[in-house]
Ligand binder design. Sequence first.
Ligand code: SAH
Length: 357
Amino acid sequence: MNLETILNNTEFTKEELVYLLSLEGQDMQRLLDRALEVKLRELGNGVYLRGLIEFSNSCKKDCLYCGVRCSNKNIPRYTLTDQEVFDCAELAMEMQLGSLAIQSGERSDRVFADKIEYLVSEISRRYNNKLGITLSCGEQSEDVYRRWFNAGAHRYLLRIESSNTELYYKIHPRNQEHSYDVRINGIETLKKVGYQTGSGVMIGLPFQSLEILADDLLFFKNTDLAMVGMGPFIPHDETPLYEYKNELLSDEMRMNLTLKMISCLRLLMPRINMVAATACQTIDKQGREKAILAGANIMMPNLTPLKYRENYLIYPNKQNVKDRPIDAKNSLHLKMEAINHEIKYNEWGDSKAFFDK
Ligand code: SAH
């Protein structure tokens, strides 16, 4: 295969993607540079922010990789009060972040649905729609997705975690509560309701091959997503997948594979939004900057009140558990400047791909 020829393509076969994902050294850098070029051409050097609110770690799911899975009895469960959520929104306004992302453990009861609906509508009302709202609150019924959409949320992130059914069931319990089909249908329903819909996978999971990752990329493309979030898998010692800790790729290799995935997807889907996941920063101090330089264009500074953060450790060693939001924002600003990127304050930063249709 000829690298330069492939890098100029706009469509890619699975074999070509596997080849790109296997690049190392200078060839890998060539892929990353090409993806940056495509991003700058299509979207410019703007980086958009979503102030992250980790709303609740109450979860009915038992995902085999996640530190807040319901079987983990070693963490106290919390849910933010309405006032705490409004304080986060106020902070986002003061910090001029432009958007919020409300993420949560999964619940599908009525109280939860009503609460999110109320919070979203109240934030939209108070700030006259100045803050974009992304939700990442798991699988819900079509009716609930619709109510939240009508309340003012317009982007939704539901990661498929792996588009390969077999691998999906190696990292989730095989039961109705963790159904691959329900999750796939959820993504389709979100699109139908009208959300800018995002999905994504973890990278460097046990049992994951380059072929599977190439299929994930083609899955994103075929699903015609508006946004994608991908980050390295980080083993958590309170979860069953911790058992495979010593069989994983090294941190450096998982980071590089994440960068290659971001770059390949930027070539495949030039105008989608892609986040520089916080997990990148956990395995590499410069992880998020590297992700931006590999083609990502979104970052999520954490607004969750400090006292709750160590109870939302979906993976260990999260870098921002002690960062005050304002310090995090200032340091992001400088970091982006240093790599010739510009944070776009006070803008929603919607997916360009979504509006091309
Ligand atoms: N309950 C919501 C939000 C999940 S947390 C939902 O299911 O959509 C957001 C993301 O964190 C998950 O989708 C998963 O991809 C990622 N994550 C969870 N555990 C992780 C781990 N150990 N390492 C890296 N990423 C992880």
